[in-house]
Design a protein around this ligand. Structure first.
Ligand code: F6P
Length: 355
């Protein structure tokens, strides 16, 4: 350890003493898995890990070699320590049973091993997202044990594999960022108590889906796009990396709003993103940093899951903007919304027929 700097290990041990080392030990194992994945990704095309497999995951998405390798990396780094009652991940249809030879503990680890994995082929930032619950009963976890609202998470975090590798973590008392020092292999606390600015002029959404969105989201985005000429009276910037971890990271550092709303592109899907291993952990991190996370109609952390791979709409980031989008949903649902009309084409418009 470099003198005077707080390592991730020191931070988690100091902040998890009430769990008698179990939660701290688990987080240190997650960090070890993240370092392995970081080294794997940093080799890029040289390692031969890129490309697709013939398999698909439960979502019907084609699995990449890296999806499977990173999933196994996390399972094997975390299964042995005796802290876990089970694990679940985006890449496995059913929860993972801890092998017989290892002791069981009281925690459940739920993760997306490589979120945004299609970006790894084009050398753009990707990430690992994780969520941890504690379970009162001893022994192996049952499928129903995983279906708990995000407000019961005891810890959540993500790793971002970008120009530097970072781990961003919450234990329910603020959101803290650690940067991997590649020279000595330690994660060092570099971003203590991150705060998301309450206001923003930056929004992230995949606008190719615009025609499929619900009216409240169309209204919000059209108002942002109208900029100075619209009712917001200010210009906005758009961002879309197509990597949720990178979008959330940007928002934690400088504010913004990220939306993957409900759309009617495929009516059988309630949204694109997954509740247990994408929305819940990100919502806890964002709320712990002073932001907000909503489906548009409900606080994400209060959604009661009904299945392991459940999808939902996600709107998160700077508090005042998320609250505005929620208001637009409520106004739409109650029939009191006022759709935005550009001043250029309104009653007093220059373009109106003056006759
Ligand atoms: O869920 C995976 C994910 O890659 C997210 O990381 C990202 O925000 C989103 O999907 C990108 O979606 P699209 O392909 O519609 O841009």
């Amino acid at each position: 350890m470099q003198f005077g700097r707080t390592t991730l290990s020191k931070f988690v041990i100091e902040n998890t003493r009430s769990s008698h080392g179990e939660l701290g030990g688990l987080l240190i194992d997650v960090a070890a898995a993240v370092k392995t994945i970081s080294a794997m990704l940093a080799k890029g095309a040289l390692a031969g890990y890129h490309g697709a497999l013939e398999s698909t995951n439960i979502q019907g998405e084609v699995q990449k070699k890296l999806d499977v390798l990173t999933n196994e990396t996390i399972l094997h780094h975390c299964e042995w320590g005796g802290q876990l009652a089970g694990m679940a991940s985006e890449e496995m249809d059913d929860p993972y049973r801890i092998p017989e030879e290892y002791p069981r503990g009281r925690y459940l680890l739920i993760f997306d091993p490589l979120d945004g994995s299609s970006n790894s082929d084009v050398n753009v930032s990707v990430g690992t997202i994780f969520s941890i619950f504690s379970r009162p009963a001893a022994g192996d976890a049952q499928a129903a044990d995983y279906l708990r609202p995000g407000s019961e998470q005891v810890a959540a975090g993500y790793a971002i594999y970008g120009p530097s590798t970072m781990m961003v973590l919450t234990l329910g008392d603020g959101t803290h960022g650690f940067t991997l020092d590649r020279e000595n292999g330690n994660f060092i606390l570099t971003h203590g108590n991150i705060r998301v600015p309450e206001d923003t002029r930056e929004f992230a959404i995949n606008t190719s889906n615009e025609r499929f969105w619900e009216p409240p989201v169309q209204r919000y985005v059209s108002e942002c796009k109208a900029g100075k000429t619209g009712i917001r009276g200010e210009d906005f910037n758009t961002r879309w990396i197509a990597s949720m971890v990178a979008e959330v990271h940007r928002i934690l550092i400088r504010g913004g709003i990220f939306m993957y709303p409900k759309d009617n592109k495929d009516p059988s899907k309630a949204g694109r993103l997954r509740l247990l291993y994408e929305a819940n952990p990100m919502a806890m991190l964002i709320e712990q940093a002073g932001g907000a996370a909503s489906t548009g109609r409900q606080r994400i952390l209060e959604v009661a899951p009904d299945s392991l791979h459940q999808r939902l709409p996600v709107i998160l980031g700077s508090k005042n903007e998320v609250e505005r989008v929620e208001r637009y949903h409520h106004e739409y649902d109650s029939g009191t919304d006022q759709p935005f009309v550009s001043p250029l084409f309104s009653d007093r418009s220059l373009f109106r027929d003056q006759a």
